[in-house]
Design a protein around this ligand. Structure first.
Ligand code: C2O
Ligand code: CU
Ligand code: CU
Length: 470
C-alpha cells in the first residue's frame, strides 16, 4: 500500500471511533464516512448594470467538511469547495468578475464559452493576488452545460484539485421550449464528478512521476464536493448535467441496476435526438446531459456509479411522488454539420512524450510561442494522433467541433459523440479527426489554446497556442 493510502485509511479509522460508523451500513460511504445529501451548487443571481449581467466570484481559501468534523483546507469560489452555477441566457452580455483573494496568481477560464481571445481566461490574462479580472462578452451559442476553472500556467492541476471549478449553464429559446426536466436541483441536477486523495483528511496533491504519466487518480469519489452522497428525487424523468471534473480519470458511468438512460446533450449543445445507452464514458472536462426515467421506481434506491473502479458517485433514492411530469421529445435540435469536402486544409497534431515531458508535434507548451495560425471562417480538419501507450484527450478553446472519424473510420464515431464537442477522448495509440471552423473573433496577438485536458499532462507541456487571423 502506498503511504498516501495508508494515511487516508488510518484517518478514516480514527473518524469511525469518533462518529461510531460501522461497515456495511448503507448510511455510510465505502470509506466509512456518514453520507450527506448531494450538495447543489447555488445558482448565482447576476446583478444588472446598464444591461450587463455581472456575476461576482471570489476565489478564496476555505475549509470544507468532507469528513464530518475535519476542516479540510480547500480553494473555493464564493463557497467552501467548487463554486456557484452561473445561469446565462443566450444573447446576454455578461461580465464574469473573478476576484483573486489567494496568495498566488491564478487565471480563470470559461471552458466551452465562445468568446474573444482576450476574454478566454488563460495565463495570458493572469489575476494577481488582490486583483479582479472580468470576462466581458455577449454570449452567442446554443444551450449547453459549460464550466469555469483555473488555467494557471503549470498550476491548473493543483488549483482544480484544491476545489476551483464551477458550472455555467446556458439556456436559449429552444431549450426553454423543450419538454425537459428544468427545475434546478429538483429534476435538473448538476453533477460535478471528481476523485481525490486525502491524507489525514487534507487534500493531497502530490503526484509522482508515474502519476503524472498515467494521470493522478484519487481513491475517494466525490460529487459536488461530497463523498458518495445521496439524492432524493421524484418518480419521474430526472435530468443530470454531468461534468467529469477530475484531473485525469476516465469515468464509465451508469446505474447499479443496469437501467437505460438517454444522453440528450454533448459538451456544447443538445444532440439532435436522444441516444439510448447503459454506459456513458466521459474523459476529463467532457460534459453530458442525460435523462433517466424513474417513473416506475418509487421507493427504490439506485446507485449512480463508476464502473472502471467500481465506485459509488451518488445513491439516488426515488422517495417522492412526482408533482409534475415531463416527456422527453424525440427531436431536440438541429446541428450545423460542416461537410468534410468544404475543408480547406488538414492540421495534424501528434501527442507524444516520456516521463516528465509531454509534447504536441514535438513541442512542449511555451507561452511565448504561437504554434498555429488559423484563419477566421476557414473550415478545417484537425487530425489528432495519440502516439503514446497512455490515454489522452484533446480540447480546443472558444469553439466546438464535430468528430468525423476515429482510427480512420467514420463508422467508429459513436452515436452519442455526433454532437458539438470541445473535448474528445483519444485512447492510447488511437487517432481522431474532427471538423472545425473558428468564427466571430480574431486577434493578431492574443492566442487561444488547445491541449490535453488530463491536467497533469497539460501542466507538463501537452498544450499549444493558436492565433485566429482575420
Ligand atoms: Cu478546460 Cu484550456 O481548458
Ligand atoms: Cu477550455
Ligand atoms: Cu494527456
Amino acid at each position: 500500500m502506498k503511504r498516501r493510502e495508508f494515511l487516508a485509511l488510518s484517518s478514516v479509522a480514527a473518524l469511525c471511533i469518533v462518529t461510531g460508523c460501522g461497515g456495511g451500513n448503507s448510511s455510510v460511504s465505502s470509506a466509512g464516512i456518514k453520507l450527506k445529501p448531494l450538495p447543489i451548487p447555488e445558482l448565482l443571481t447576476p446583478t444588472d448594470k446598464l444591461g450587463v449581467k455581472h456575476y461576482d466570484l471570489t476565489v478564496q481559501e476555505a475549509t470544507h467538511d468532507f469528513f464530518n468534523g475535519i476542516a479540510t483546507h480547500t480553494f473555493a469560489i464564493n463557497s467552501t469547495y467548487l463554486g456557484p452555477t452561473l445561469l446565462i441566457q443566450n444573447g446576454d452580455t455578461v461580465s464574469i468578475n473573478y476576484k483573486n483573494t489567494l496568495n498566488e496568481e491564478i487565471s480563470m477560464h470559461g471552458h466551452g464559452m465562445h468568446l474573444p481571445p482576450s476574454m478566454d481566461g488563460t495565463a495570458h490574462q493572469p489575476i494577481v493576488p488582490g486583483e479582479t479580472w472580468s470576462a466581458t462578452y455577449t454570449v452567442n451559442q446554443k444551450a449547453c452545460t459549460n464550466w469555469y476553472h483555473p488555467h494557471t500556467m503549470n498550476k491548473t492541476a493543483e488549483h482544480v484539485y484544491k476545489g476551483l471549478a464551477g458550472l455555467i449553464i446556458i439556456e436559449d429559446s429552444e431549450s426553454q421550449k423543450l419538454d425537459l426536466p428544468k427545475r434546478y436541483g429538483i429534476d435538473d441536477i448538476p453533477l460535478v464528478l471528481q476523485d481525490r486523495n486525502f491524507n489525514n483528511g487534507q487534500i493531497d496533491y502530490d503526484p509522482s512521476m508515474m502519476d503524472i504519466m498515467h494521470g493522478y487518480k484519487g481513491n475517494t469519489f466525490i460529487a459536488n464536493g461530497a463523498i458518495e452522497p445521496t439524492l432524493d428525487v421524484e418518480n419521474k424523468e430526472i435530468r443530470f448535467r454531468i461534468l467529469n471534473g477530475s484531473n485525469s480519470s476516465i469515468y464509465e458511468l451508469g446505474f447499479s441496476d443496469g437501467r437505460t438512460f438517454k444522453q440528450i446533450a454533448t459538451d456544447n449543445a443538445f444532440l439532435e435526438a436522444p441516444v439510448e445507452m447503459t454506459k456513458l464514458i466521459l474523459s476529463p472536462a467532457e460534459r453530458a446531459e442525460i435523462v433517466v426515467d424513474f417513473s416506475t421506481s418509487l421507493n427504490q434506491k439506485i446507485v449512480f456509479k463508476e464502473f472502471r473502479e467500481n465506485k459509488t458517485f451518488v445513491t439516488v433514492n426515488v422517495s417522492k411522488s412526482a408533482t409534475v411530469t415531463t416527456m422527453l421529445p424525440n427531436s431536440l435540435t438541429k446541428l450545423t454539420k460542416l461537410a468534410p469536402s468544404t475543408a480547406v486544409r488538414t492540421r495534424s497534431f501528434v501527442l507524444s512524450g516520456m516521463m516528465g515531458s509531454f509534447e504536441i508535434n514535438g513541442k512542449s507548451m511555451d507561452i511565448n510561442h504561437i504554434d498555429e495560425n488559423v484563419p477566421l471562417n476557414d473550415v478545417e480538419i484537425w487530425e489528432i494522433t495519440n502516439d503514446m501507450m497512455v490515454d489522452h484527450n484533446f480540447h480546443i478553446h472558444a469553439t466546438h467541433f464535430m468528430i468525423i472519424e476515429r482510427n480512420g473510420g467514420t463508422a467508429n464515431v459513436a452515436p452519442n459523440e455526433k454532437g458539438y464537442k470541445d473535448v474528445v477522448y483519444i485512447p492510447a495509440n488511437e487517432s481522431v479527426k474532427f471538423i472545425v471552423k473558428m468564427e466571430d473573433y480574431s486577434d493578431n496577438t492574443v492566442p487561444y489554446m488547445y491541449h490535453c485536458h488530463f491536467l497533469e499532462h497539460e501542466d507538463a507541456g501537452m498544450m499549444g497556442q493558436f492565433i485566429v487571423t482575420a
